[in-house]
Design a protein around this ligand. Sequence first.
Ligand code: NAD
Length: 480
Amino acid sequence: MRYSNYINGQWKEPASTNYSANINPHNGEILGEFPLSSREDAREAAAAAKAAFPAWKKLSFQQRAAYLQKAAAILKSRTEEVGRDLTLEEGKTLAEGIGETMRAISILEYYAGEARQPLGDVIPSANAQTFLYTTRVPVGPVGLITPWNFPIAIPVWKMAPALIYGNTVVIKPADSTPKSVYHVVNALHEAGIPAGVVNCVFGRGSIVGAEWVENPDIKAISFTGSNSVGCQIQERATARGKKVQLEMGGKNPLIVLADADVNKAVEIAIKGAFSSTGQKCTATSRVIVEARIYDEFRDMLIERTKALKVGNPLEKETFMGPCVSKAQRDTVWSMIEAGKKEANLLCGGNLLQDEETAQGYYIQPAIFDSVSRDARIAREEIFGPVIALFKVNSYEEAVELANDTEFGLSAAICTNNFTLVQRFVEDIESGIVHVNSETAGAEPQVPFGGCKNSSSGSREQGKTAIEFYTQVKTVYLDPM
Ligand code: NAD
């Protein structure tokens, strides 16, 4: 089937007549064809978002919330179908695909609920007569550029706050996972959202995304993806006076102290590193273990990793599916090859070539030890199922090593030592901290984002999303 862009309330064929295949990473099957849109298509979407903005911002919050609620209900009625489509195009397991769809629904509901929350403050004025308060106004049409690894949750956690606070939207999903966003946009369309309020253009970031970064009708850009693309966008967008929010890479550490329950810590490491095939910005990629329990932890980790079921993500017993694409699998594979030269491969790391997986983009989860700090696998984001194991002699050494990275998205510690937990929360350079749980995992009602090179701009999700999608207006109200 051929899909279309969604511009000004209508499904519309792209001006360019080019399409790209949406491919199932499990077996290479073509799931559908999505437009490879041109700059002209992107400009038309920006113009539609600009035209729809004045009327949309004038609606009451509750009128806008009604569209989000309706879209959430429509998606809820199709949870299984949407979750399955997500799994088919991205490769995460069916439980993860359905779980992510449910999360997207819950984000829509959460931001519909924000319609009843206060917008500003009343502050006592120096002047007895003056009623002094703050309110917030939308930024304008916003451009949303999203990655493939959470193909429904990330687009929705940008669209829902953008819309509730009165902005109109142009969105470009990642090339390899367009169908998930198609479902969201279709639900908003069926919910009757006014024409031009949401526009979706499929295609290449370097064409569609680049147009919106430069187009004066788009007032803000929210981007999630790689650091190289994010930095480029920031430079170009800020040079044009736009607001920019970037969520980028991670190299997330899990520290396991000697008093931890080794069994539980191994479970936490495996879930954090290998679920969703390690393709999470918050995935665990460095595991730092105190010497006293190192050997026991390493041996248990290897044993459990070898027992994981890797294969068709639609099957119930599967723990880990394929990488999202051949290109991504090849990138992970090349990092594993680099790792073999600079560290000791303890298990996994091979391409899967059995009857079931030979046509797909599968790789076995890999564990390395004897990793030096300067090794590529210790420093670069791999975005695949790879753990670099480190042995340390103290809490201090563990935290110092954990912070020895350009990234700062998420970090976790396993221990019962409350004093060290408190120190960890203070010492660790990351935007998200987990104690006795995996580095991955984010609830929609709290802020999400990192420090150092992982993020730039205000945080996403929760109440904090209002910072990016609105501007503050301060009002001095005096009697005549
Ligand atoms: P990517 O940077 O290649 O692409 C992200 C999006 O940007 C895609 O839609 C792409 O088409 C678009 N794009 C590419 N070039 C562009 C350009 N020149 N101008 C405008 N847009 C452009 O990233 P990816 O491979 O899709 O995703 C993986 C990356 O995303 C990883 O680095 C991961 O850590 C990061 N990520 C971060 C978070 C977070 O919240 N911190 C969440 C998920 C993924």
